[in-house]
Design a protein around this ligand. Sequence first.
Ligand SMILES: *Cc1c(COP(=O)(O)O)cnc(C)c1O
Length: 402
Amino acid sequence: MSAYKDVFKHWGLNRVINASGTMTSIGASKVKPEALDAIISVMPEFVSMEQLQERASTVISGIIGTEAGCITACSASAITTGVAAAITGLDLDAIEQIPNCEGHENRVVVPMGHMINYGAPIHQAIALAGAEVIPVGTAAMCEIYHLEAALREGAAAAVYVVSHHTVREGELPMELFVEICHNYDVPVIIDMASEYDMDEPVKLGADLIIYSGHKFMCGPTSGIVAGKRDLVRATYLQNRGIGRVMKMGKEAVVGALAALEIWAAHDFEADRASEEKNLAFWLEILSGVEGLTLARHTDWTGNPITRIEVQVDPSKAGLYAWELSDRLACRETRIMVRDDHIEEGLFHLDPCNVNLEEVELVATAISDEIDKAKDSGDGCKSSWSDVKRARSTGPLNFLGDN
Ligand SMILES: *Cc1c(COP(=O)(O)O)cnc(C)c1O
């Protein structure tokens, strides 16, 4: 057997249990076997990438219902190449000049509350195309007059984000946003990399819609772009320019298409049923642990996912929520919980990427860490500011001294 059949052993990698949802920092998703079949079938062969992307367009438009589609390296690169496409159109010379936009409209409007960071800031992905990013409104308020004032000055595109990262109050609904942008003949690019819904933006006539191939779809690292024919063509043609540095391989295209086809025919009820089992187990086991308060929590953006919210009472659990989360992540088998609200003293357990055995390991690890903290008294030592400070410089641990 080849050593590469077990890369964890071969390269000494820690196993990771993912109770956090879809996080690209831990490899995004467990790739579907059908997508692996497609990848294995194409990897040792040559194939015309142009023909492959034309097939991709047929598959995407058939499933999502847009005029056309193509596959990109990831959603972030789809934002960059999609914005570049809105700037250059089908002008092959302009494509080679990007990020220099001379002679072309390059203003791109984005609601201020949508200026998110999904691991990198979205304004940078837009600016990479040579665009001038125009924030619209304020952090928690975007009115029609804010958007219209920006559009009146001219714009190559408008970007709208659907994500748990965006500000949720005071925002323009997608329907209004698309309608107003279209009143000014400005194409709308919708980034909904991590969402289930594929119907609303299509129904509203959005010009370019971006999904991630490696999040809920469980394909290889890839972006799925669906939209109006000429904008999709111009997005694909960016491979002759700025898209070259974010090139997708044949494995990304076939893997994403297989994942999309499987997704379209998928039994979501069966998924929900197995997730419910996971939730029920966590509720039963963890409700017996002193210091934890549990509740069911429905998804922020309406994805059909229920998670367990775990509130940690440090006076009873012997440690803060952020200490618990960090200790779980440092175990030999790393356990990742969803901790983007950790400063509120709570985290979430996501049931989508764990099997029953892993569900049990997560519950046991949580109760072990609480017992250990109570016995040793080594908890409640790091304030949120201490942890925030450590996390701010955490990225520098990569190949660093400590
Ligand atoms: C994850 C995410 C991205 C980045 O997606 P990749 O495919 O990993 O590049 C962009 N936007 C949103 C809203 C996301 O959730």
